[in-house]
Design a protein around this ligand. Structure first.
Ligand SMILES: [Zn+2]
Length: 186
């Protein structure tokens, strides 16, 4: 498999990595800005998708990297934006998953499903009883529990509310796991 990939270097740990493993930032109107979809113009810089490197993001290291000093950086705002972007990315991925028919919602559907459920997304405002039932059902199934409300999950499947969604496609499951790990690392 001869895939010719151009590596980028994290400005914190200096490790070269593929673009997908790094967040891109650039300066927009004099402010350090997250370029989540790597589409913004201008000179950018890259940081690993992990807590260790994100935590060390600071003005000095950026100055050294982009060779200019006339910019502002609001680290708290950047990290908040990043967390929100990943959350939205997860939500959109579940929507696409639904469009491709790889979702089962409600316990009844899950219990009578002949496909393997590889991930469960539980609403963050569901009852104790639902959590208990889900944990019994789960065994080794990957669980996301802290991201979306019943209302938000309901919208995905065109319902008012739903307490949980099961994912039946392994590829979607892997993608969601990866995004969720990134989310926890911010
Ligand atoms: Zn790094």
């Amino acid at each position: 498999m001869a895939r010719n990939k151009f590596l980028r270097t994290c400005i914190i740990c200096r490790e070269p990595k593929e673009k997908d493993d790094l967040y891109r930032f650039t300066i927009v109107n004099g402010e350090v800005t997250l370029d989540y979809y790597k589409k913004l113009e201008g000179r950018g810089f890259y940081i690993c998708k992990n807590k260790e490197c994100l935590e060390k993001l600071n003005r000095k290291v950026i100055v050294k990297n982009i060779k200019r000093e006339n910019f502002n950086i609001d680290k708290e705002k950047i990290l908040k934006t990043l967390k929100n972007m990943i959350k939205a990315h997860i939500y959109n991925t579940i929507k696409i998953c639904n469009k491709s028919g790889a979702i089962e919602a409600t316990f009844n559907r899950l219990n009578n499903c002949d496909r393997e459920i590889c991930m469960i997304i539980l609403a963050n405002d569901c009852s104790e009883n639902t959590i208990k039932k889900a944990k019994k059902f789960l065994k080794d199934t990957f669980l996301i529990q802290d991201l979306f409300s019943k209302n938000e999950l309901g919208k995905i499947i065109s319902k008012d509310e739903v307490a949980l969604i099961g994912i039946t496609d392994k590829k979607f499951c892997e993608k969601l796991k990866q995004l969720y790990t990134e989310y926890l690392g911010v």
